[in-house]
Structures are given as structure tokens and as C-alpha cells.
Design a protein around this ligand. Structure first.
Ligand SMILES: Nc1ncnc2c1ncn2[C@@H]1O[C@H](COP(=O)(O)OP(=O)(O)OP(=O)(O)O)[C@@H](O)[C@H]1O
Ligand SMILES: [Mg+2]
Length: 386
């Protein structure tokens, strides 16, 4: 009887143990499944984080901040990817856009907020003075007063677009120049001839000074037309191999005399450079125009430097002054004919330089700050040097 009871107990215990094992197995299986799911989530999260961070565009998640009455206060960064952080050197999470970009207007800030509030996406090109960069921005609503902004840097592209517009303007003016210039010059020559005749005539002796002034002014008008004509695209140039240092040395006495007359100093920093293909007469004109601008920009006693050097298969000619820099409104239109800030300027000097550079297969780059301006004329070198 006792034996019977024992065997029944054993049987029940064995049954419970089996059940327990089954439950444990099930539990283990579930834990394994959950771990696998968690791992998948982490992998996916890592993958998306990697994508988010390494996409070569700035991505920012933002939240709209409203006051109790629902008025717009600002947008707050929730997260910024690595590409975006590179601009600022830190994560902007928790910061307000006004603190990060004080140079961007409240209207633009609000425009972005509206994306989250209305759900309508926005594409906008924005310039930041602080970063000195142009960005094309796409903003999409994430709901919940949140939005995402994707930013692509388009500063280079903007530069090319502006360059294209400038070249088109130059082209138009060049064509006009070629057409009208000659026609005006001919009557001027006739008038000048008659004036010279009157000057020699005793009958007009008492007007001698006035006649002189009229002739001088006519000559000035003629000089302007000469400049204007040299804007013509198809002007004939004689490109010959040579060393630009020779041109600078030949021009130096004239530059020194001009420096003396305007109360400045001119110095040269001539480097070891290979030959380039250029038109000596044209490049003299270009140097003169740039040097004169430099002199005119500086208070008396300033030093202007003409420098040549070789870099990366290019010969570079720098004209550096220590003036107050080119005004922003001029900088945007640099090289456009008749843009001048000078009382007696015609605003043709730089247009002529750009045209000369184009004809001599060179580029002009401008670097201007409150401490001075450097105009670099970049030529293709004919030879390479070590
Ligand atoms: N080195 C410089 N520093 C500061 N501003 C400059 C410099 N070079 C040019 N600028 C600005 O660019 C404008 C245009 O220059 P540009 O040489 O074309 O004409 P201009 O000097 O005014 O007249 P001109 O026809 O007699 O040369 C100038 O009026 C000046 O405002
Ligand atoms: Mg000038």
C-alpha cells in the first residue's frame, strides 16, 4: 500500500518536472527570440544612425517652441547629425536656432516652424553670414510640432552661377563696346583737331587755358573709350611664352613713380616661376589697373606688394594692399562695368582686368577683408618646376 502511494507520488513529481522543463524551454525560447529581436533593433538603429550621421548633408531634427498663446518663440534643435555638427564643432541639441544663427531673420525661422505646424514641406536657399556659406534646405514635418531640415552646401554652386551672370553681362557690354566705341571716337578726333588748330591761332590766345582743359578732357574721354574697347571679347591678343617677372621688372619704375605721386610704397616679392603664355602689353595694363586700385584704397603711407609664386602647375600673381577691403555691395558685382565708389572713377578698371585675364587664359580670385585686399591672377604654367 505504502509502495503504491510512493510510486504515485513519484509519477506526479516526474510529470511536474517534465512540465517545468517544458515551461523553462518555452521561456528560454522566448528569451532567445526577444534577444534576437532586440539585437535586430540595435543593428537597425546603428545602421540608421550611421546613415543619419554620414550622409554628406546636414540633418537637424527640430521642435517648434510656442508660448502659452500659441505665438512662435523659436525652434529648438533636438538632434543634429555628424555632418551638421562639423559646421559648429558641437552637437546643437537643446540649443535654439536664434542662438546658433543670430544672423538669420525671425521670418525665416518662422517659415521653418510653419512646416511642422501646417505639414507643408519647404525648400529654401539661405545664406549665413556667420558661416559665410549658402545652403539649400529641405524641411519636412514629423508631426508633433517637430520637423527635420536637410541642408546641402551650395556656396560653390552659387559662386559659379554668379560668375556665369557676370560673364554674360561682360559679353553683352563687350559687344556694345565694340559697336559704339569706334563711332564716338571718330567725331572726338575731329573736334580735337579743330581745338588744336584754334590753340595755335593767335586770335584765340586769351582762351588758351580753356582750350587746353577741353583737350585734356577729350583725351580723358578717349582713354575711357580705349578701356571700354578693350572689353571687346574678340580683341586681338598676342600670347607668347615668357616670364611674368620680366614684365613686373620692366613696369617697376612706372609703378614706383605712381606710388611716389600717391604717397605710397610699392614692393615686389618675386618668386622662382616658370614661363606662361601671355600678352605682355595686356598684362602690364592689368597690373597697372590693380595696382592703382590698391593705391586708391589705402590711406597715405600704405605699402602695396606685388608677389609672384608657383603653385600646383599655376603661376600666381598677387597684388596685395592694406586698404579697408572691397565694400560688400561692390564685391557682389565685381567686374561689372561702371560699378564704382570713387568720385572720379569710371568703374572700368576691374572689368578690363577680368577681360584681360579671360583673353590670357587666367582667372582672378579676390580675397578681401577689413585688413586689406589681395587680387590673385592665376595663370597656367607652361612648365612644371620642383
Ligand atoms: N583694392 C581694392 N580695395 C578696395 N576696394 C576696391 C579695390 N579694388 C577695387 N575696389 C572697389 O571696386 C570698385 C571698382 O573698381 P574699378 O577698378 O573697376 O573701378 P574704379 O577704380 O572705381 O574706377 P577706374 O575705372 O578708374 O578704375 C572701386 O570703385 C572700389 O570700390
Ligand atoms: Mg580702378
Amino acid at each position: 500500500m505504502a509502495q503504491n502511494l510512493n510510486s504515485r507520488k513519484n509519477f506526479r513529481a516526474a510529470k511536474q518536472a517534465r512540465k517545468l522543463r517544458e515551461i523553462t524551454e518555452k521561456l528560454k525560447e522566448e528569451i532567445r527570440a526577444r534577444q534576437a529581436a532586440q539585437k535586430a533593433v540595435v543593428t537597425s538603429e546603428t545602421r540608421y544612425r550611421w546613415l543619419f550621421d554620414n550622409i554628406p548633408m546636414g540633418i537637424a531634427l527640430c521642435r517648434v517652441l510656442l508660448d502659452d498663446e500659441g505665438n512662435f518663440i523659436d525652434n529648438e534643435y533636438l538632434d543634429v547629425n555628424l555632418s551638421g555638427r562639423k559646421y559648429h564643432g558641437k552637437n546643437l541639441a537643446g540649443m535654439r536656432t536664434k542662438d546658433v544663427f543670430p544672423d538669420i531673420s525671425d521670418e525665416i525661422r518662422e517659415e521653418f516652424a510653419k512646416v511642422a505646424l501646417t505639414g507643408h514641406p519647404l525648400t529654401k536657399e539661405v545664406y549665413s553670414q556667420k558661416l559665410n556659406e549658402w545652403g539649400r534646405m529641405w524641411a519636412y514635418s514629423l508631426g508633433n510640432r517637430q520637423f527635420v531640415v536637410i541642408t546641402q552646401k551650395i556656396t560653390e554652386q552659387k559662386k559659379y552661377e554668379e560668375e556665369l551672370v557676370r560673364l554674360e553681362r561682360l559679353n553683352l557690354v563687350g559687344e556694345l563696346a565694340a559697336g559704339i566705341g569706334h563711332e564716338i571716337r571718330n567725331p572726338l578726333t575731329t573736334v580735337r583737331g579743330y581745338l588744336q588748330m584754334f590753340q595755335r591761332n593767335d586770335q584765340f590766345k586769351e582762351y588758351h587755358n580753356q582750350l587746353n582743359t577741353i583737350i585734356e578732357e577729350l583725351d580723358r574721354a578717349n582713354d575711357i573709350i580705349t578701356d571700354f574697347l578693350s572689353l571687346a571679347k574678340n580683341k586681338h591678343v598676342q600670347l607668347k611664352p615668357g616670364n611674368i617677372n620680366d614684365t613686373i621688372r620692366a613696369l617697376y619704375p612706372l609703378l614706383k613713380a605712381e606710388a611716389f605721386l600717391s604717397g605710397h610704397e610699392v614692393q615686389t616679392d618675386i618668386g622662382d616661376i616658370p614661363r606662361i603664355c601671355y600678352d605682355d602689353k595686356e598684362i602690364r595694363q592689368l597690373i597697372l589697373n590693380l595696382v592703382r586700385n590698391g593705391f586708391e584704397a589705402m590711406d597715405s603711407g600704405g605699402t602695396l606688394t606685388i608677389k609672384t609664386y608657383y603653385y600646383n602647375n599655376k603661376v600666381i600673381l598677387d597684388i596685395q594692399d592694406k586698404g579697408p577691403g572691397i565694400p560688400k555691395e561692390v564685391l557682389d558685382k565685381l567686374g561689372t562695368p561702371f560699378v564704382t565708389t570713387k568720385e572720379n572713377g569710371t568703374g572700368l578698371g576691374l572689368s578690363v582686368c577680368y577681360r584681360i585675364a579671360e583673353r590670357n587664359n587666367a582667372n582672378i580670385e579676390v580675397n578681401s577683408s577689413l585688413k586689406g585686399t589681395t587680387l590673385s591672377v592665376i595663370f597656367k604654367a607652361l612648365e612644371t618646376i620642383e
